[in-house]
Ligand binder design. Structure first.
Ligand SMILES: [Zn+2]
Length: 116
């Protein structure tokens, strides 16, 4: 189980599941702040007993500044693959009052090739 929270602010793009969402606010963070991908990566690392996303991709590192979270996901999968693990399924829920999430199927399609 992974969990993540980012604050909605003005002046940032809103990325969810690797998809840029058209919205007046975006998520504040060190990377692109894709909260869905971060929670998924945290779940993957935790299930493999490989600490958490903050350990592998610290928000104090220049290397992760404004990083595309799809790269974090790709590297996370590489990390667990090196240990002999693989992903069977991922079930994720985004809790947000706004914007309405209308990209459910797009997120699912987008994530599948990345982690298989
Ligand atoms: Zn995050």
């Amino acid at each position: 189980m992974g969990y993540d929270v980012h604050k909605l602010v003005e002046g940032r793009d809103l990325w969810l599941g690797g998809i840029k969402i058209d919205h007046s606010l975006g998520l504040l963070g060190h990377s692109d702040a894709d909260v869905l991908i971060h929670a998924i990566c945290d779940a993957i690392l935790g299930a493999a007993n490989m600490r958490d996303i903050g350990y592998h991709f610290p928000d104090t590192s220049e290397a992760t500044l404004n990083m595309d979270s799809k790269i974090i996901l790709k590297k996370t999968v590489e990390l667990i693959t090196e240990k002999g693990y693989h992903i069977g399924n991922i079930d994720a829920t985004v809790c947000a009052e706004r914007p309405k999430i209308i990209h459910r199927s797009a997120v699912r399609v987008r994530e599948a090739p990345t982690i298989s």
